[in-house]
Ligand binder design. Structure first.
Ligand code: SF4
Ligand code: MSK
Length: 643
């Protein structure tokens, strides 16, 4: 059995894994071990249960069946499975976006709404690209029309998605030529489900074409709308100080953890925990107050807008409960583990509550969230934590003394202002930095954690290698939390790890070398930052011309698959640590490694060693620099400082 230090790279997680082992508590790592050997057909992508003539599986060694009962071969089966993964990821992001659009509609139409329009500048920007006329209209009317237009975009049957028209002209032309210009995300997902039904699309290339289109409808559609509408409702983030890791839990307070993805509820819980009445109630229960913290991408949402501490990332959710100090764990959608029920019930007093009609589990309480009673429900949820606190067993409390400072809250817009100054906001200084060789380029490092990989290790080692080589890193999701845990999100980190050119830029503008751009739905911010770089000029005409690359070095979810595909479809060289389940389908795998690059200009690579993966990205960035005829780099890479 692996040791805690082999399971997780950070000390707090290691400490809690010891607690888990000594207390006989099971974690995702244990369940992964119990699952060995995992199904080889599944890993290779060559099992199908799309109809009841199956399940069918292809023999990867060539001795057994090479076709399913219907005649589908390995390439067809693996491509169908893969684009169903894209559909799952795109659906998750985009349904999140739809809920935000509904909350915006509530804010605009319901005079008693608990929501308000916090970012009018963003409202006007979004109105512009959604072609909503603003002349002579007040903000509520504009917000109503923006929300209604956005809701219409999700289901747009024909015609090009309005948000995707923000891409550089050359990219749009490339999508049009390839026949993958996205329509509404609902339309694209339904088409995936239709094509992958028995007896429809059996051509792996044609299946993948629809996968590309659906991924684009996520990145440039559902996800982008989710991010933009959230900024309108909750305010566009600006740099803000925060803290992360399990040490942000407090032994003498009622600890409430909000976990999942959608900020519509968590923003209201932030308001509720600041109310005197609830604070007094917590004190009457014997606590010193209420400590609200986040987990996973909900953590990122309320960290970047409100500075609320982030207790942990995906693999820390069970470890957080094991501190014995979590009184309420409130979950909504995506990335919460059903395993929490047994952990909370068997070992702790923690009140686990689901809040979305889309995400329930037997054994947890359910308090359903409704936008039109948002604050009232938020108060009720906080109350569950105060009540549970009364049952807390102090002898079980074990909180690692480990938390790290960070700065979060960067956006495509803020990068613009930060670099050019308030009076001349512009991407010019960033582009000039790249052209002059002070910066080598830009990388987006994003995505999940996975117990198959030492937690956080790949994220941290890849990011360090990139910044050491003067690559500015933009990060989101659990990757951002791993980088922050390691201390890379403070300006001082630049002087410890970053290359000299990146150091100079960080010093000039006072930022960390690794910028936290939000949750996993906010990868659209990376697309927009890259788009602004192209539009600023001097670095080519298309996103694929930029000295830029992307990676998800510990990927796990279907959302990560959708993100990877919309990065590649947008022209980005993208590295995952493990392949997607396509190795049993040689033609499809070849298509992914080679052919797709010809079609969209973005390429895939798979490399499990994070430093080697970083060098694939650096090599690609260098190739782009050469193609753009940019000069040599100003400085040699620095050595990584010990520790
Ligand atoms: Fe088997 Fe074809 Fe049915 Fe899939 S769709 S389960 S390959 S018969
Ligand atoms: S929470 S999708 S594990 S980033 Fe967005 Fe983290 Fe991946 Fe979930």
């Amino acid at each position: 059995m692996a040791e805690p230090k082999d399971k997780a790279a950070n000390a707090a997680s290691q400490e809690m894994l010891e607690v888990a082992a000594s207390g006989g508590m099971e974690t995702a790592w244990d369940r992964l071990e119990a699952m060995q050997p995992q199904c080889g057909f599944g890993e290779l992508g060559i099992c199908c249960r799309n109809c009841s003539m199956g399940p069918c599986r292809i023999d990867p060694f060539g001795d057994g069946p090479q076709r399913g009962v219907c005649g589908a071969d390995a390439n067809t089966i693996a491509a169908r499975n893969l684009i169903r993964m894209i559909a799952g990821g795109a659906a998750a992001h985009s349904d999140h976006g739809r809920d935000v659009a509904n909350a915006l509609l509530d804010a605009a139409s319901n005079p008693d709404s608990d929501y308000e329009i916090k970012d009018e500048i963003k409202l006007h920007e979004v109105a512009k690209y959604l072609q909503v006329e603003t002349e002579g209209k007040d903000k509520l009317q504009i917000a109503r029309e923006v929300a209604e237009t956005a809701l219409g975009q999700f289901g747009q049957q024909e015609g090009e998605l309005l948000s995707a028209l923000q891409a550089p002209e050359a990219r749009i032309e490339r999508w049009r030529e390839a026949g993958i210009m996205p329509r509404g995300v609902d339309r694209e997902i339904v088409e995936i489900m239709h094509r992958t039904h028995i007896g429809v699309d059996a051509d792996y290339e044609n299946l993948m074409k629809q996968g590309l289109r659906a991924a684009l409808s996520d990145g440039w559609g559902g996800s982008m709308l989710a991010t933009d509408l959230q900024d309108i409702l909750f305010g566009g983030p600006t740099p803000i100080r925060g803290k992360t890791n399990l040490g942000v839990l407090e032994a003498d307070k009622v600890n409430i953890v909000v976990h999942g993805h959608e900020p519509a509820l968590s923003e209201m819980i932030v308001e509720a925990v600041r109310e005197d009445e609830l604070i007094e109630e917590a004190k009457a229960a014997g606590a010193k107050g209420i400590n609200l913290v986040g987990m996973c991408c909900t953590a990122n949402e309320i960290l970047m807008r409100q500075g609320i501490p982030a207790a942990g990332s995906f693999l820390q959710q069970e470890l957080g409960v094991m501190t014995g100090a979590v009184d309420a764990m409130i979950v909504d959608v995506q990335c919460w583990m059903p395993a929490l029920v047994e952990l909370c019930d068997t070992f702790f007093h923690t009140e686990l509550t689901t809040t979305s009609p889309k995400g329930k589990v037997r054994g947890a309480h359910h308090i359903e969230f409704h936008e039109d009673r948002a604050l009232e429900i938020a108060r009720e949820l906080v109350h569950t934590g105060i009540e549970a606190y009364k049952q807390r067993d102090a002898s079980k409390v074990h909180i690692p003394d480990d938390q790290t400072d960070l700065i979060a809250g960067f956006t495509a817009e803020y990068v613009f202002e930060m670099l050019g100054g308030r009076f001349h906001p512009s991407y010019r200084p960033l582009n000039d930095g790249v052209i002059a060789g002070r910066l080598r380029g830009v990388a987006g490092v994003v995505g999940c954690e996975n117990p198959k990989v030492r937690e956080g290790y790949n994220h941290v080692e890849m990011i360090k290698e990139l910044i050491r080589n003067d690559v500015l890193v933009l990060t989101t999701g659990c990757s951002a939390l791993a980088a922050a845990r390691d201390g890379m999100m403070t300006p001082e980190a630049a002087f410890k790890v970053a290359g000299k050119g990146l150091q100079e830029i960080c010093e000039a503008v006072g930022t960390p070398p690794v910028l936290h751009l939000g949750s996993c739905v906010d990868n659209s911010r990376i697309l927009m930052a890259a788009t602004q770089m192209v539009k600023e000029g001097g670095l080519g005409e298309d996103l694929s011309d930029l000295p830029a690359a992307g990676a998800a070095p510990e990927w796990m979810s279907e959302k990560a698959v959708s993100i990877g595909w919309y990065f590649v479809a947008s022209g980005v060289f993208t590295v995952f640590d493990r392949t997607m389940p396509t190795l049993g389908a040689p033609d499809l795998h070849q298509y992914i490694l080679e052919d797709v690059g010809e079609i969209v200009g973005g390429k895939w690579a798979f490399e499990s060693d994070p430093v080697a993966a970083a060098h694939l990205m650096i090599d690609h960035i260098n190739e782009r620099r050469e193609a753009l005829k940019l000069g040599p780099m100003m400085y040699e890479p620095v050595e990584v400082a010990a520790g």
